[in-house]
Design a protein around this ligand. Structure first.
Ligand code: GTQ
Length: 347
């Protein structure tokens, strides 16, 4: 596409200035940026190391109460998007800390949230009258417009990764939020109820979906790990993905959340994936193991609980130094629903 390279002449400059006063602009100056030949947000590969994150988060714990903060979270900002609270162009990520005895007040919002537990056993998130007890590696959903509050009655801090579709909802200008009057919602269903109802290859006989998110709002790691372990024993890994599964809404077979796709993959020790790229910029956090990921020319060395990000259309290669399990999330459901998703296995 042609790109005007030189400074505009005086008469054009005067014309453009005049256009501006009419709230108009010449497309020919911005066409190549508006309609790039390939994704060009500037989103950069980046990694946050857990020991550093953890110590800064605990420092925040000493400085700011959960009452004051409402959510005590350090936002992971892509280095290309400073001050914009986004880890990719469309997604938000943050690390949340709930200290022993604390309650994070209930609220609801149209943004969908996922929690991926990094540290601490026994704290909870309450959704729809049920508390999901957290263990490291659990994937928990807070669907759009559902009340949710978090609490920690254990003796240890709990830390999880928040993934939200905040930038996407911002782009659509469709954000609503509401505080809950009580700090926490009433518990109306025993723990494990939704998993028994929807997560055992069974559905209640007359089930009618109430929303677009999976009614299984907690996917415990022990079950996920067991499935991956069995797959690892039973067959060859995919050359580009290892043993990779996506979390599913059992009612529809679609993604567990309407706007965020979530995945878990096992990379056997010594395995190197073949180069691959896709249009869904992806946030990864290793649950177990260590290794490195080549993202274009960058090399990210990771261990369990680090967080790293792969931009849209960047070429990815993973190398696992030990058996490794990676959780990841992206906006793939949105791209697939709109026909935008592209992926490529490179030679
Ligand atoms: O826990 O509800 O990281 O509303 C950002 C916004 C967490 C939450 C975040 C939120 C939450």
């Amino acid at each position: 596409m042609p790109q005007p390279a030189t400074e505009p002449s005086a008469d054009r400059r005067e014309f453009y200035d005049r256009l501006g006063r009419h709230h108009l602009s010449p497309l020919w100056l911005s066409l190549a940026t508006l309609v790039p030949r390939q994704p060009a947000s500037g989103c950069r590969p980046a990694i946050w190391r857990y020991p550093e994150l953890r110590s800064l988060l605990l420092e925040a714990g000493g400085l700011v109460s959960v009452e004051e903060a409402e959510r005590r979270v350090l936002v992971l900002e892509n280095p290309a998007f400073g001050g914009q609270s986004r880890i990719t162009t469309s997604l938000y990520a943050g690390l949340q800390l709930v200290l022993p005895g604390e309650r994070a007040r209930g609220h609801r919002h149209t943004q969908s949230a996922l929690r991926f537990v990094l540290e601490g056993t026994g704290a909870y998130t309450a959704v729809d009258g049920e508390r999901a007890t957290m263990h490291p590696g659990d994937f928990i959903i807070t669907p759009s417009w559902q009340w949710h509050d978090h609490g920690n009655d254990t003796d240890d801090p709990v830390v999880w990764l928040d993934g939200l579709d905040i930038p996407l909802v911002q782009a659509l200008d469709a954000g609503f939020a509401e505080p809950m009057h009580a700090v926490e919602q009433a518990v109306t269903r025993p723990a494990g109820d939704s998993l028994a109802r929807f997560g055992a290859n069974l559905l209640p006989v007359d089930h009618r979906p109430r929303g677009l998110a999976s009614p299984v709002f907690s996917y415990p790691y022990d079950r996920t790990r067991e499935a991956l372990e069995t797959l690892g024993r039973n067959g060859e890994p995919d050359p580009c993905h290892g043993h990779k599964m996506r979390f599913v809404n059992p009612v529809t077979g679609g993604f567990a959340m309407p706007t965020i796709g979530t995945f878990m993959q096992l990379l056997p020790r010594g395995f190197e994936t073949k180069p691959y790229r896709s249009t869904d910029a992806t946030v990864f956090t290793p649950v177990e193991g260590e290794g490195r990921t080549h993202v274009g020319a960058a090399v990210l060395e990771w261990r369990a609980r680090d967080v790293f990000v792969v931009p849209s259309w960047a070429t990815v290669r993973h190398q696992a130094a030990s058996d490794a399990v990676l959780f990841s999330f992206s906006d793939r459901p949105v791209q697939q629903a709109t026909g935008l998703f592209r992926e490529e296995r490179l030679p």
